[in-house]
Design a protein around this ligand. Structure first.
Ligand code: OGA
Ligand code: MN
Length: 220
């Protein structure tokens, strides 16, 4: 009698490349439009747990006012952005965050296998935009980091989040010499991924606290 052990299965998975329709859609969207919107990248249960984790850390006062510029040369500019952030540390991540990173890493591995993107690093932070805050139009390489290739935003808002709550992400895109605006509401479970060096974007003023995890996939 033969038995299949976990390691046999793991080996099988390493040997056989499986096409993933969701990831393929993300790749073709990015190639065509420089961005992709994925509904339910995280389930509502996952969102609720991540939101709770964010709120606990926020209430424990672990967040700091987000700055602009690079990490050495930071200035806090309320006229540019008003969110509060907390960087995540994958190495010391708690179980829930490990699960978050496992999902991200699965996508990153796929991108690396199929697109030769060479994503070797990533950085992610929790973000909370209090009422009345926004993030003016910008490019993510504005942070003095041209290693940032793809930006990702995962929204952690409540299930009853409404368009009237504001805080929409607006992506600006040049189409045949004309500027086109795409408005993306921060609905829970939604994930937006876009080319960091190409697409300017902004976060419109928020009327109800807005929560997310934002990150960058980087080359060396
Ligand atoms: C950012 C950013 C967009 C969003 O943090 O650089 O543009 O929708 N975030 O939160
Ligand atoms: Mn940005």
């Amino acid at each position: 009698m033969t038995t299949t052990t976990t390691s046999d299965l793991e080996l099988f998975e390493q040997l056989e490349f499986r096409e993933n329709p969701l990831y393929e859609k993300i790749i073709s969207d990015i190639l065509e439009n420089q961005y992709s919107i994925v509904e339910d990248f995280f389930s509502l249960e996952e969102v609720a747990e991540l939101r709770q984790s964010l709120l606990t850390k926020y209430e424990e006062d672990n967040f700091k006012k987000a700055a602009i510029g690079n990490r050495v040369n930071e200035t806090i500019e309320k006229s540019v952005r008003g969110d509060f952030i907390l960087w995540m540390n994958e190495a010391n991540a708690e179980l829930l965050e490990k699960h978050f990173f496992a999902k991200i890493n699965s996508l990153v591995d796929y991108l690396n296998k199929t697109c030769f993107l060479g994503i070797l690093q990533k950085e992610f932070h929790y973000a909370l935009y209090p009422e009345g805050t926004f993030y003016k139009r910008h490019l993510d390489t504005f942070q003095n980091d041209d290693r940032r290739k793809l930006s990702m935003v995962c929204y952690l808002n409540d299930e009853d989040w409404k368009p009237e709550n504001g805080g929409e992400l607006v992506i600006y895109k040049d189409e045949n010499g004309e500027e086109k605006e795409t408005k993306i509401y921060p609905f829970p479970g939604r994930m937006v991924i876009f080319e960091s060096q190409i697409l300017e974007h902004e976060v419109k003023p928020v009327k109800t606290p807005r929560m997310s995890i934002t990150g960058w996939l980087k080359t060396r």
